[in-house]
Design a protein around this ligand. Structure first.
Ligand code: AMP
Ligand code: MG
Length: 355
């Protein structure tokens, strides 16, 4: 698949799906601190890169290495196209132990840790359920949801990433119902690697934004990065916030991948306990230093929902959460409330105890 995208061919649809938009026009950059802006396609979305304060040659070098890195990561961790993860999944399904590809091992390890802290509400071992719901498809069309029996047959086998055992490179799994799908964490892990790469190149002020999920380092020529959080209802702007230093903003939303069948709405974030799309949440935005944790946590808190997000956020060490439920009500912790600038009337705001 050609993942490159020229400036002129940027599809409007991709721009529209962004959960959070970086407000590029919010602050100008002086001549001494030029701003270089690049984009590419990866992880099924538009990845935007803005680098401040380096010359064009250096910025282009950074862009090119990120392009190679993203191409590699996209291929390596793709949930349904052939590649290293596909080989791991084949071995698991066949009950065979394998020497795990080094490109996949760290992602499994870190996912196991985050899954445990989320009480397995974030669980990349549930790929079979995601597939059953028809989300292992680049061209998602309306279709009948799976039968209750088919869902129960998988849920009854309790597939979980905790069933995967690692001993050095040696990977075994005692549950053939497990299928690894890193859709809920891969983008965050990839953005962390991209930021590492930029830092290694001596870049101190930059933002990597993949379809609205992002990590920013430094500042935008002395100004904070201004981030817009999408309104899950209608796609306008729900809130604005400022980011400086080194911070990631990740949103899981029911508007990202979904279909409607016979008037019923089905989205892509599955509750591993029931096997059905998680109920009650429209979107969750998490701020956290690293993007990997932010990505996994946004998914976990989406599943946890309005009643349980606080407990799971504490377990995962998350300090800033905004959850919007399917009624449009907002839930946040006091520190998050201080940072968000709401852009629309909200029917009710529930502020939790401090995290
Ligand atoms: P995100 O947009 O980061 O919340 O990730 C959603 C994607 O992760 C889905 O498209 C699935 O591929 C996968 N997924 C769905 N539900 C879960 C879950 N409960 N835990 C882990 N991954 C999930
Ligand atoms: Mg996620």
């Amino acid at each position: 698949m050609n993942t490159r995208l020229s400036l002129s061919r940027r599809p409007a649809a991709l721009a529209a799906i962004s959960a959070a938009l970086v407000l590029l026009a919010s602050s100008g950059c002086s001549r001494q601190l030029p701003s270089q802006y690049f984009r590419l396609l990866s992880f099924g979305t538009l990845v935007e890169l803005e680098i401040i304060g380096v010359d064009q040659k250096k910025a282009r070098e950074a862009y090119q290495s990120l392009q190679e890195d993203f191409d590699f990561m996209h291929r390596t961790w793709h949930a349904w196209e052939p590649g290293p993860l596909g080989r791991v999944n084949q071995a698991i399904a066949a009950g065979r132990a394998i020497a795990a590809p080094p490109s996949v091992l760290p992602l499994i390890r870190i996912s196991q840790d985050l899954a445990r802290k989320s009480d397995y509400l974030f669980d990349p071992g549930i790929g079979k359920l995601v597939e059953l719901w028809g989300f292992h498809n680049s061209d998602l069309k309306p279709h009948a949801p799976p039968s209750a029996e088919a869902i129960a047959a998988i849920v009854g086998q309790h597939p979980s990433i905790r069933d995967v055992h690692l001993d050095g490179f040696h990977l075994s799994c005692d549950n053939p119902a497990v299928k690894l799908d890193f859709g809920a964490i891969g983008k965050g892990y990839g953005i962390d690697r991209a930021i590492e790469r930029l830092k290694a190149l001596g870049i101190t002020d930059a933002i990597v934004n993949a379809g609205g999920d992002l990590r920013a380092i430094g500042s935008r020529a002395g100004n904070p990065w201004r981030i817009a959080i999408r309104d899950p209802d209608g796609g306008g702007i729900f809130a604005l916030l400022s980011v400086t230093g080194d911070e990631s903003v990740f949103t899981s939303g029911n508007y990202e991948r979904n279909f409607t069948w016979e008037g019923k709405f089905f989205h892509h974030i599955i509750d591993p306990r029931t096997g059905y799309p998680a109920v009650g949440t429209a979107s969750v935005t998490v701020l956290h230093p690293d993007a990997t944790t932010a990505d996994a946590a946004a998914t976990a808190l989406f599943v946890a929902g309005p009643k349980d997000w606080y407990r799971i956020a504490r377990q995962m060490g998350i300090k800033f959460v905004l959850l919007i439920d399917t009624e449009g009500e907002a839930y946040m912790n006091p520190a998050m409330q201080k940072r968000v600038e709401l852009q629309k009337p909200v029917p009710k705001i529930h502020v939790s105890k401090p995290l």
